[in-house]
Design a binder for this molecule. Structure first.
Ligand code: GZL
Length: 327
């Protein structure tokens, strides 16, 4: 397709430094675009970004980081679309980006599967994909240029290691994220790989506080002997705190809580002794994402995978440390 040839041509031109000479020679309709690497106008990189939703404190922080870095001043023309956690909304946004012939598509897939058709359409259009945060499971060959995000399995393993060390007799209810999402699948695999024999029940809270509370209310009835909840994110864990307290029990004591994300509200629960251990999942990688997109657009080599750096926190964390957190 012309688009594919044009885009391939431009990326070769840009990456071999021919753009300037073509611009000087006035080599045809695309020369300006070759020189500017964008829509021929202000030279900004036109990015279509499909964000999966606004379901959690982590997602809010991630959206802020992306929007604070993919700015006009930083050389971007960003179209940012929130899918409200609906895959069909993401697929529509991705198709719109193809129709708009953006320079780069970036998205965080709400679940791992169901992307084959649209990823093939994007590939046929010759538009490079930068995968952000979540992961995809697709039959499309080489569907994206690069992925930036966390190692979710390592996060689950880190949580399991703490439980193995500090609560080897715990009877654990696993409060899972959106079923079929990379974060849910891999955190479950990592955690259960260490202490799966201690898990007495599982249910999804879809990464939201409200659904985390509802799932925990049911679990407290179904598993009255639970002594711990492993929650795949802080928001569901905070919903679990509400359910545990409504049941007349003490979160962090009667029922310990191990969580993932380390947004400020989650760390505050740690200071308040309602959470017991929190594995960090860093959402603030918008600066790294911006640099990756620039390199992809300019046809420069990029790593297939960029894993963001993360740590973990226990109840030794101080209020001052929590107050100093950026999100
Ligand atoms: C993890 C991210 C997860 C967070 C949740 O990178 O995809 O989605 O852990 C968010 O808070 O909903």
């Amino acid at each position: 397709m012309f688009h594919a040839k044009r885009r391939t041509f431009l990326s070769i031109v840009a990456s071999t430094g021919l753009a300037l000479s073509l611009a000087a020679c006035g080599g045809g309709g695309d020369t300006a675009q070759a020189g500017s690497g964008g829509d021929g106008g202000d030279g900004a990189i036109r990015v279509g970004y499909s964000q999966l939703g606004a379901e959690s404190g982590w997602r809010t922080a991630n959206t802020e980081s992306v929007q604070q870095n993919l700015t006009a001043d930083n050389g971007f023309d960003l179209t940012f679309v929130d899918a409200q956690q609906k895959q069909e909304n993401q697929i529509k946004a991705l198709r719109d980006f193809v129709a708009q012939d953006v320079d780069v598509i970036a998205f965080s897939p709400v679940v791992e599967t169901g992307w084959d058709d649209v990823l093939q359409e994007i590939k046929d259009a010759g538009i490079p994909v930068v995968l952000v945060d979540r992961t995809v499971d697709t039959t499309v060959e080489d569907p994206y240029v690069t992925h930036i995000g966390s190692d979710f399995k390592a996060e689950g393993t880190k949580a399991g290691d703490w439980v193995e060390e500090n609560a080897p007799d715990a009877k654990i209810f696993e409060l899972q994220g959106t079923l079929g999402s990379g974060a849910q699948v891999d955190r479950e695999e990592g955690f259960d790989g260490v202490v799966g024999s201690q898990v007495i029940g599982k249910a999804s809270g879809n990464f939201t506080r409200a659904e985390g509370r509802t799932a925990t209310e049911a679990a407290l009835q179904a598993y009255p002997d639970m002594t711990m909840i492993f929650t795949h994110n802080d928001d569901m864990g905070l919903g679990a705190v509400e359910a545990i307290e409504a049941a007349g029990k003490k979160p962090g004591t009667d029922i310990q809580i191990v969580s993932v994300d380390a947004v400020r509200d989650g760390l505050q629960a740690l200071v308040d002794k309602k959470f017991n251990y929190v594995v960090e999942c860093n959402p603030a990688f918008g600066d790294q994402l911006a640099e990756l997109i620039k390199k992809v657009h300019d046809g420069e080599d990029v790593p297939k995978e960029t894993v963001v750096e993360e740590t973990a926190f226990d109840q030794t964390i101080t209020q001052a440390e929590v107050d100093a957190r950026p999100y």
